[in-house]
Design a protein around this ligand. Structure first.
Ligand code: NAD
Length: 500
């Protein structure tokens, strides 16, 4: 269907039935306590509905269902082709329901419908397809031995995986983890962020329709301190994969150490640099990359390139062009396909972002665009904001803001930019613009982060691993064939073999 107008999307929104219960053992169920929380549309502050608020009891029920399914083997020990068939059917169902899911995601998160259609309608199904197609092409190894022995190295699913998700890309982050976990043969218990529970619940229903056995995929909506902590501390969850803030990631390490020492994969925050070297032309492509690197998704992006390092002599030219592009950004109704930036995810988050803008002003940085809430809306909008005169070490140049803020930091020598860019507790992403291949390689090698992108702001795609150095991540990686390793154990089988 070719849908283009805001009214078309509003009509779809009006007809949507929002999921409201937990999904455990193949069916929707209320939280055992009966508790519910209110789910808002952050673009209008209107109530979308009430959702089951799961706690430890519900996580127990979900883990028990996941364990039963895992032990029964209908999924965990199924032929790779059988798991592939289900994941490909799920990919097809997701494509079939793409518009419905995209509208639901936009209402739940304040993200633009354009981004939701791309992520939910396009990238998410591709993840299930890609990992589905990988399963029957992944081989173990045979170690070299003499002919009296055979040493096999095989991979087995870890067991029950707990997946704890953020709100900034609700269904995409779910797909990043769910697709490889299911492909590996694990059973899973998923906790969506409390701000954005809807689309993962709908996905669980579609997965059942695609033929996923009951109990393999369970979803427990609820709050971090209750449902999230119960997953982290559960003694019958074998592995946790978490995406969210560095503070909460640290809690998951504590939960694991105080329970069953489950391995924990962490994808966390960032404070990523965008570096313009003096040989790079400040043309339309560079400027549009600079703006989207900082402001795409309202800056609610783990790899947002908020710190923009520009040669002192070219700063005015850079700022003039950036300001012209920012002034042309359309901010507002997320259901309008013309909108380029939607709302912050919640009133709390809007307050947090505005607090950072105040801190920047207080420490002497200069607002040259935006700098406050967007007037005339009931929802939680922040104007796209640009700071000049940002100094390395200021709060806004150090802490993750996670909002639509771009800060310009001037440098004199490239090595000074490299030093400042590297001097962060985070290490998720960096972008470098230069025409000089030697400099590009030098920066790419020296920047301490998981992804470096040259002459374009890009986070890569499904085929390449994504994760952070330092406090941006653990050694675990999402995406690529590497992601599967989070959900598998390696077993060695000796037939015959050396004595002892
Ligand atoms: P968050 O850490 O507040 O929440 C993430 C999840 O953890 C949510 O499901 C939440 O309910 C749960 N949680 C919160 N407190 C908890 C607790 N005490 N115990 C257990 N679970 C708890 O993060 P967020 O605000 O939802 O997401 C934004 C963060 O995610 C940013 O820091 C961003 O950089 C990061 N992020 C990282 C990546 C990546 O791939 N590295 C991708 C997207 C987002």
């Amino acid at each position: 269907m070719d849908i283009a107008t805001p009214n078309d999307y509003r009509a779809i929104a009006a007809g949507l039935a929002f999921p409201s219960e937990a999904f455990i053992n193949g069916r929707f169920v209320a939280a055992r306590s009966g508790a519910r929380f209110t789910n808002l549309n952050p673009a209008t502050a209107a109530i979308l509905g009430e959702v089951a608020a799961c706690d430890e009891d519900d996580v127990d029920a979900a883990v028990a269902a996941a364990r039963r399914a895992f032990d029964a083997g209908a999924w965990s020990r199924a032929a790779p082709e059988a798991r592939k068939d289900v994941l490909l059917r799920l990919a097809a169902l997701l494509r079939e329901h793409a518009v419905e899911l995209a509208v639901m995601e936009s209402l739940d998160s304040g993200k633009t419908i354009t981004d939701c259609l791309n992520e939910v309608g396009h990238e998410v199904p591709n993840f299930f397809q890609w990992y589905g197609e990988l399963i029957d092409k992944s081989f173990g190894k045979v170690a070299p031995t003499d002919e009296s022995a055979l040493a096999l190295i095989v991979h087995e699913p870890v067991g029950v995986a707990g997946l704890v998700l953020p709100w900034n890309f609700p269904l995409l982050m779910a797909a990043w983890k769910l697709a490889p976990a299911l492909a590996a043969g694990c059973s899973v218990v998923v906790k969506p962020a409390e701000q954005t529970p809807l689309t993962v619940l709908r996905l669980a229903e579609l997965a059942a329709q695609a033929g996923l056995p009951d109990g393999v995929l369970n979803v427990v909506p609820g709050f971090g301190e209750t449902a999230g902590q119960a997953i982290g501390r559960h003694r019958d969850i074998d592995v946790v994969s978490f995406t969210g803030s560095t503070e909460v990631g640290a809690l998951f390490l504590k939960y694991a150490s105080e329970s069953n020492l489950k391995p924990v994969g962490l994808e966390m925050g960032g404070k990523s640099p965008f570096i313009v070297l003096d040989d790079a032309p400040i043309d339309d492509a560079l400027v549009s990359n600079a703006v989207s690197a900082a402001l795409w998704n309202g800056g609610q992006n783990c790899s947002a390139n908020m710190r923009q390092f520009v040669p002192r002599a070219r700063k005015d030219e850079f700022l003039d062009k950036v300001l012209a592009r920012v002034a042309a950004l359309t901010v507002g109704d997320p259901l309008d396909p013309a909108t380029e930036m939607g709302a912050m995810v919640s009133a709390d988050h809007q307050r947090r972002v505005l607090g950072y803008i105040e801190a920047g002003i207080g420490e002497g940085a200069r607002v040259v665009a935006g700098g406050g809430a967007l007037e005339g809306h009931d929802g939680y909008f922040v104007k796209p904001t640009v700071f000049d005169d940002v100094v390395h070490g200021m709060t806004i140049a150090t802490e993750e803001i996670f909002g639509p803020v771009l800060g310009v930091i001037a440098f004199s020598e490239p090595e000074e930019a490299l030093r400042m860019a590297s001097d962060s507790v985070y290490g998720l992403h960096a972008t470098v613009f230069t025409r000089d291949i030697d400099r590009a390689l030098h920066f790419a090698r020296r920047l301490p982060c998981g992804t470096v992108s040259i002459n374009r702001f890009s986070e890569g795609d499904i085929k390449t691993p994504f994760g952070g150095y330092k406090r941006s991540g653990s050694l675990a990686r999402d995406n690529g064939t590497e992601a599967i390793a989070q959900y598998q154990q390696t077993k060695t089988i000796w037939i015959g073999g050396p004595e002892g």
